[in-house]
Ligand binder design. Structure first.
Ligand code: CMP
Length: 158
């Protein structure tokens, strides 16, 4: 049985400023993931406090929130079979300079904080994060003819 998942992805301020939105979207499209939500926005302090709740006691919490609120970001929701783990592999590990070559962070970043992109870590985080930045009617349900070329029939069945 296919586990069709949704993952929340943010292109962080440094990713947007460096002109990497197209590169990032292109990698996800080429992989075969399906875009179901997309917007450019300024995240508020309240949204960021909720988003980064697991880091609320860390020394970098306020600095991380100020950086994320300093400039616009691009928020996306991507869908696919096992999309959460698949996207984490495309993104690479947190510290850019040690992230695997071939991953987005591994190819384009050096920093721990300015690491270009966020992707949901697990199903619970994905559900929570999607709701922080998207309303239900901003997530678009549609069928894509590409799905027949990306998955075998038995892999696409929910
Ligand atoms: P991400 O994994 O998307 O979500 C948590 C973010 O906190 C992480 O990316 C980094 O941007 C940031 N972060 C993690 N560790 C540190 C750190 N030690 N110092 C500053 N920022 C960090």
């Amino acid at each position: 049985m296919a586990d069709i998942q949704r993952s929340a992805v943010l292109v962080k301020p440094d990713g947007l400023q460096r002109g990497l939105i197209g590169e990032i979207i292109g990698r996800f499209e080429r992989k075969g993931l399906k875009l179901v939500g997309l917007k450019m926005m300024h995240m508020t302090d309240a949204q960021l406090s909720e988003w980064y709740v697991e880091h609320k006691d860390r020394s970098f919490f306020n600095d991380l929130k100020s950086y994320m609120a300093s400039m616009p970001i691009v928020a996306m929701v991507w869908e696919g079979v096992d999309a959460i783990a698949t996207i984490r592999k495309l993104v690479g590990t947190t510290l850019g300079r040690e992230a695997e070559a071939g991953s987005i962070r591994g190819d384009f970043s050096m920093s721990q904080q300015l690491n270009l992109i966020h992707a949901s870590a697990n199903v619970g985080d994905a559900e929570r994060e999607v709701k922080i930045v998207f309303t239900q009617d901003e997530l678009i349900e549609y069928s894509s003819v590409m799905e027949e070329l990306i998955y075998a029939d038995f892999e696409r069945k929910k």
